[in-house]
Design a protein around this ligand. Structure first.
Ligand code: C5P
Length: 234
């Protein structure tokens, strides 16, 4: 069983390490797991990720790697040394295989991004694919499972259809979460924390509803309480 608090991953979508440090201090022990993406990673966030891991927090590095196998392999080895828990790669077979081989036994887990949620069927056709989004998500999820990838990033709606396909061995990590009444921002397909857990999500990635809240710690605690209630009923 995963502790409900460890199911909440707060996205540190902030411009500087100083801003991220201040947010982590404000959240205190309400949050145990943080996601660092392009914005912070390329502004000193990789050293900060290492500090967070040393301080006993879990870190999700959302770097969405995709390159030739050798380059991915070496990059993943370096990420494993930072002490991160999750790392994203794009769901291409060569990339996934190289990442799974390189993660070793270090405790790093590889998450595959099947199809970016900003893509619709027309965008896929423009990129040269003869698949719908639903077909390509299912195909890549099955490939990820067969290669031994540890989890998938997916919308909460997709979680319900992917869970039977990938079984219980893979973690489903779900952004697009909005507590009832929260602003949706640019997210189009949203679910509440409780609905996402009920749909089969294991971890919820939440950014603005926590970091832009008037009281981020209270917002995080409310989400963890909602997760705990929904997880107990699963
Ligand atoms: O602020 P908000 O809760 O919308 O942040 C969601 C986080 O999850 C952001 O860091 C965003 O980049 C990320 N994400 C997403 N949708 C995806 C994959 C990642 O919103 N499909």
């Amino acid at each position: 069983m995963i502790d409900p608090r460890d199911r909440l991953i707060v996205a540190l979508d902030l411009p500087s390490v100083a801003a991220a440090e201040a947010m982590v201090a404000r959240l205190g022990d309400a949050v145990s797991f943080y996601k660092i993406g392009y914005q912070l990673a390329f502004a000193g966030g990789l050293s900060f990720a290492q500090e967070l891991a040393r301080a006993g927090r879990q870190v999700f590095l959302d770097l969405k790697l995709h390159d030739i196998g050798n380059t991915v392999h070496k990059g993943v080895e370096s990420v494993a040394r930072l002490g991160a828990t999750f790392l994203t790669v794009h769901a291409y077979p060569q990339t996934m295989k190289a990442a799974v081989e390189a993660r070793g036994q270090a405790g790093l887990r590889i998450l595959a991004v099947t199809v970016l949620t900003s893509y619709d069927d027309t965008d896929l056709a423009a990129a040269g694919y003869d698949f719908t989004v639903a077909e390509l998500v299912a195909e890549r999820a099955a490939q990820a499972r067969d290669i031994g990838v540890d989890g998938l990033v997916c919308s909460a709606e997709e979680a319900a259809t992917l869970r039977p396909l990938v079984g219980t061995g893979m973690a489903l990590v779900t952004p697009g979460i909005r507590p009832a009444g929260a602003e949706r921002g640019d997210q189009k397909r949203i679910m509440t924390p409780a609905a996402a857990i009920a749909a089969g999500a294991d971890y919820l990635v939440v950014g603005r509803p926590v970091v832009a809240a008037a009281d981020p710690k209270a917002a995080a605690q409310a989400i963890v309480a909602e997760i705990a209630g929904a997880a107990a009923q699963r």
